[in-house]
Design a binder for this molecule. Structure first.
Ligand SMILES: Cc1cc2nc3c(=O)[nH]c(=O)nc-3n(C[C@H](O)[C@H](O)[C@H](O)COP(=O)(O)O)c2cc1C
Length: 208
């Protein structure tokens, strides 16, 4: 089983990154093979809405995009994974531009026959999904702001997941992240580790 981390913070040694590393460590301890894509290290161009990827070649799993960058390889890695841990800091009450750019380009996975757009066949109900995701969001605003700061970010990450047939296991909001003591951060790291373990267990359970 493969679990893929998608790191949306520009700070590769920041709190968000450390939480994701810990969650992946948890997934690995539960038996998963892990990989971590740090978006800041990749060349990911903006979606130009040419519609090529979702309106043509419906037999393909990944729609063809005319942009030449790292996204084709990333999407290949993405569809070959069984579990996902998305991680992003909140920037201006939303995911980072880095994460949003990646999410938009993921439309290449969601193209479908136009007549199917409004339908939700039996296999597309979350309880039947064989792939799972967890989401880690960090913000300077405290935990009591989870609805204002965390929820828009969780929803941004989840925007395509229903169509990709991926269900969410954990939504973790780490608020007040810049003012943690090391001891308080340890508690969050433990929480992230447990998220990783739970993700693997949930995938196993779905496939049992
Ligand atoms: C441009 C910018 C906008 C931000 N906007 C918010 C915000 O709307 N709400 C919030 O709680 N924190 C906000 N923050 C704080 C970051 O979320 C926080 O520094 C980050 O989660 C720490 O993670 P990192 O160590 O990976 O950078 C913002 C930070 C930056 C740089």
């Amino acid at each position: 089983m493969k679990v893929l981390g998608i790191m949306g913070s520009p700070r590769v040694k920041g709190k968000c990154s450390r939480l994701l590393d810990k969650a992946l460590e948890g997934a690995e301890s539960a038996g998963a093979e892990i990989n971590n894509i740090k978006l800041i290290k990749k060349n990911i161009k903006y979606c130009m809405d040419c519609a090529n990827c979702w309106s043509k070649n419906h037999e393909l799993t990944i729609g063809k995009c005319p942009l030449k960058d790292d996204m084709a390889d990333i999407l290949e890695e993405y569809i070959n994974s069984d579990g996902y841990i998305y991680a992003s800091p909140v920037y201006d009450m939303y995911v980072t531009a880095l994460m949003k750019t990646f999410l938009e380009r993921k439309i290449a996975l969601t193209f479908r026959n136009m007549n199917d757009h409004a339908k939700l066949p039996e296999s597309r109900h979350p309880e039947n999904f064989l792939k799972k995701a967890s989401i880690i969001i960090t913000g300077n605003c405290g935990d009591e702001f989870v609805e204002v700061m965390g929820d828009p970010c969780f929803e941004a990450c989840e925007a395509h997941l229903m169509i990709e047939q991926i269900d969410t296991v954990d939504r973790m909001y780490a608020g007040g992240v810049e003012s943690y003591t090391e001891a308080a951060f340890e508690t969050r790291l433990k929480q992230a580790f447990d998220c990783g373990v739970r993700l693997v267990e949930a995938i196993r359970q779905a496939r049992a």
